[in-house]
Ligand binder design. Sequence first.
Ligand code: C2E
Ligand code: MG
Ligand code: MG
Length: 669
Amino acid sequence: DWYWEQDAQLRFVHVAGALDEGSGMPPEAYLGKTRWESGALNMSEADWVEHRRQLEAHETFRDLELHRLGLNGKSFWISLSGAPMFDAKGRFTGYRGVGRNIDARMKAQQEVQAARNRLQAILEAIPDPLFEITAEGRYVYVSSNNPQLLAVTPDQLLGRSINDVLTPQAAAVVFDAIAEAGRGGASVGRQYALDLADGTHWFELSVTRKPAQLGESERFVMLAHDMTGRKRAEEEIERLAFHDVLTGLPNRRLLLDRLAVAISSTLRAGEHGALLFIDLDNFKDLNDTLGHDRGDELLQLVAQRLQSALRGADTVARLGGDEFVLMLEGLHAEEGQAASEAELVGRKILTLLNQPYVLAGREHNSSPSIGVALFGQADDTVDELLKRADLAMYRAKIEGRNTLRFFDPQMQAAVLARASLEADLRVGLQRDELALYFQPVVNVHGQMVGAEALVRWRHPQRGMVSPADFIPVAEQSGLIVPLGQWVLERACECLRDWADSPDLAHMSLAVNISAREFRSAGFVGQVSEALARTGIDPARLKLELTESMFLHDADEIADKMNQLKARGLSFSLDDFGTGYSSLSYLKRLPLDQLKIDQSFVRDVLDDPDDAAIVRTILTLAQSLDLTVVAEGVETRGQRDFLALNGCRQFQGYLFGRPSPSMDDFTPLL
Ligand code: C2E
Ligand code: MG
Ligand code: MG
């Protein structure tokens, strides 16, 4: 510290201590001179002006902090305080003041400030949110240059807990990181996702422990690095590795992976799957004539169409070029059925890909050739299956393109036969090739009480086709609905004709109804209409249903049955014993009759099991108040056994084969 006095002209008149300590000039050198005359100090222009102004205005100044450069070339800080002096008359007589070298303090302050600035600069350079949190997960400091990366605004965070701000999953990750940092000082690399305004962001955490300070508990400094970009890039890399760039479809690699999984899961489930190898016909021509861009465009459109045909679990992949593969899973356990299902999908794709395309404003046509290979056997391998589907596709090419071929020649033949049967049946229905046959139902006295209507198909080339062969085809193709309607109408017409004949007026007629037919929306209406049109007594009409019908939505079926029952007709349960024979629906459904399946009747005299089943059915029916018809009765012995056990109605070759006319029937006793 030093002390000085200046006269009214501001010349130093007294100096004590080392004036301007650090300037390198002895204090005596100032005496008789003003500070600026001394030239000892190299003050800044602004400092000079201000200091001089204060002195000349005779103002008191206090803690004036000045940065000086000494003669020795060193800079230093001083602090000056001074007050003007006046004589008794109030005239200014000079200045008196103290000075202090504050260099050490200023340098320390500067360092702190510099450190602070540096830290601030670092914080500003970090795009990621930075937090200080207590061990309990309370936010005590938040810094974020991108507040949109926070779940709530920075000031809303302060004082709140991680649990209130983050999702439970994200909070758990943060607490894990804090716990790890608590044990080992730091935790790096844990990740969590947060749904923010612009979508999901991924964050990678770095947490360091900050030891407890005076008045503070242990804290954790956490940096949440937004790694969404990296995550997206990783996903993109993954996508590129397993997807075709042009169409976005899975590529060969992903297909092979999925096929391997599908083979084993299909085997486990006892189901089938299918590979459809799809190759566009004459694609090269398009590429050559219209150029590769148009070719690419077509491939993209094909990919879109294939995807639109996909069911949930299916995969469509592009192998490269104009080759696509569709993988179907969850097909039927029975191979023939599975083949039909695969064929159905294949046909759908044929139709779909045959629709015209618009390429660069011009319509263009394309077609595929499709090879199908089924899988579901223990020894199926990925390579083998792909090869089979490929081979089948080549056959489709050889045999005219724009078509579909199965790998297995036998299966191919079966599918073809079925398909041609279906086509024939469609035509046959229109050409009136169907006929209705009748088989009598007799009572214990051998008197005819009714008949069952059985459909026949007189095929112009195949001859008489059994309903056992064409009913399943009709069911699968949906033709059963018009076919069933035809049968029903014919049956009602017959009943109307019989009503005029004294021998037949009392007879009932049973009509077989398939599940799909019964389920069809218009069924109740169709029956009502046929009844109204023919004016027959509904009590004469029996509908034969099978047990399989009640497996699904039994309530809906029961509802329909009740609606029909209300119109006066009755129900018979056909082939009883061969299906699920659940007692619960026997009670729940408005049934009138059971028909014991002919498979039990056939061996009823030789097989004690069948005899027991037949007896049980008869007892059961009696207790449920249902009548029983035994089917397939061919011998007197069978009839007697059945009668002995309480059966009152019979149907079978013993009494009459199905015949086109009821007149042929001659009662037998
Ligand atoms: P189903 O309803 O069980 O008909 C009885 C079948 O047993 C008839 O075969 C009949 O000819 C045969 N049958 C009758 N008595 C005897 C016998 O003493 N011994 C033997 N071995 N067989 C006998 P069909 O006519 O070939 O019909 C087969 C199945 O086709 C029928 O079984 C029925 O499920 C279905 N079906 C027939 N007509 C129609 C129809 O119009 N609509 C529907 N949805 N299905 C029909
Ligand atoms: Mg029947
Ligand atoms: Mg039957």
